[in-house]
Design a protein. Sequence first.
Length: 446
Amino acid sequence: MSRATFASKIGMVAAAAGSAVGLGNIWHFPSETASGGGALFIFVYLGCILFFGIPLMVSEFIVGRASNANAAGAFQKLAPGTKWKYVGRLAILTGLIIMGFYMVVCGWTLEFIFQSATGGLFGVSDFSANFTQLLQSPIKQWILTVVFTLLTAFFVVSGVRKGIELSAKIMMPILFLLLIVLVIRALTLNGSSAGLEFLLKPNFQNFKPSVFIDAMGQSFFSLSLGMACMITYASYFDKTANLPKTALQVSVLDTLVALLAGLIIFPAAFALASNQATITDDLIEGGPGLLFITLPELFNQMPLSAVWSTLFFILLAIAALTSTISLMEVVTVYLHEEFNFSRRKSVLIVTIVVLVLGAFSSYSSDFFKVLDFATAKIMLPVAGLFTSLFVGWYLDKKLVYAQLTNDGTLSFGVRFLKGYIFILRYLAPIAIMAIFIYGLLGQCVI
Ligand code: TRP
């Protein structure tokens, strides 16, 4: 059976970057930067991307392209008869569970596009109550979740080239265009420079050792690592794809989007907010409150507010959609290849499971939080750790080298190879364990 591949290099990079660029870039990165010492945090973050993120992404690419299989099949093919196959299965299960709450947030973006475009958002006097009202309407949240899940399913059912690749090739440029328009709008507001300064000025006071761990966790989540997204997408790369170069390109695009999102949110916030002290707290807090309460309230004070707010929430929905497509594809192609279901039937099964999980997440914020915690703090680090160990220790170095250099046709210094293997064997596992332990401790301290 011949397997699909991406038709072009641009499509391949767009799809992988689409997976990486998601809600994480917009609601987490700017806040983490502000609370972690501004430019200092960015510096540490770039270090994490370079020393851990890119090597780990390349290792997922290697597993995917060397096996040309879904995540579970990949480990089975490269390590037949061993327990490594459970790593792939864990990753797939993680993807399914992430969708169970991520889709609900995606649904909120639809509601805010709607409220912005119809002008309903601008009759609101209490924005916090407006958001709470949505949170307290499980049925409404679930319907929005259904719409977003079906939208995702539509692209996944259309297949690798016509669904995933084509949609990424269209949506990613639109995303960048929207980002640039909104950055220009934000930076040309009166008083925006205070936000720029707050975001970017190195702040040694806020700089604490935990910044390293925060930056690392954020970089892994943002690059979609630890959950077989990149393994699955790399299984559609062709023989000529340059794996290290692709990982570099995807990481640069992902980081660029995160920085641009900061250049929208912070300058706009400082220019428009009436109270600098509370806005600083909101910005550092980040998360849903920032996106769905603070920002709409700020947009409301701008001329043509409906336009800017609609554009912003469309941006958010597009970023989220290319990520949900990648999450759904991981589970879909697993069912398709391991159980011989058609793509259509596989998508149907995944959709039903996601909608059931989504119903519970819409109904109970505790359930939502449990799924979030279990995946982000436990399952992602564990799967990421084992993927790193798998490529560093288990896989034959010749195979790794052949994948890095496309059978010797690309140059990749032997010294680099040594460094690369060293990172996968020792540094990345230690870093991931640090995030893991810190994440669990953080939870207990409360
Ligand atoms: N990277 C995306 C974001 O920044 C989310 C995401 C998609 C993800 N696929 C993933 C995170 C796989 C971890 C693992 O929002």
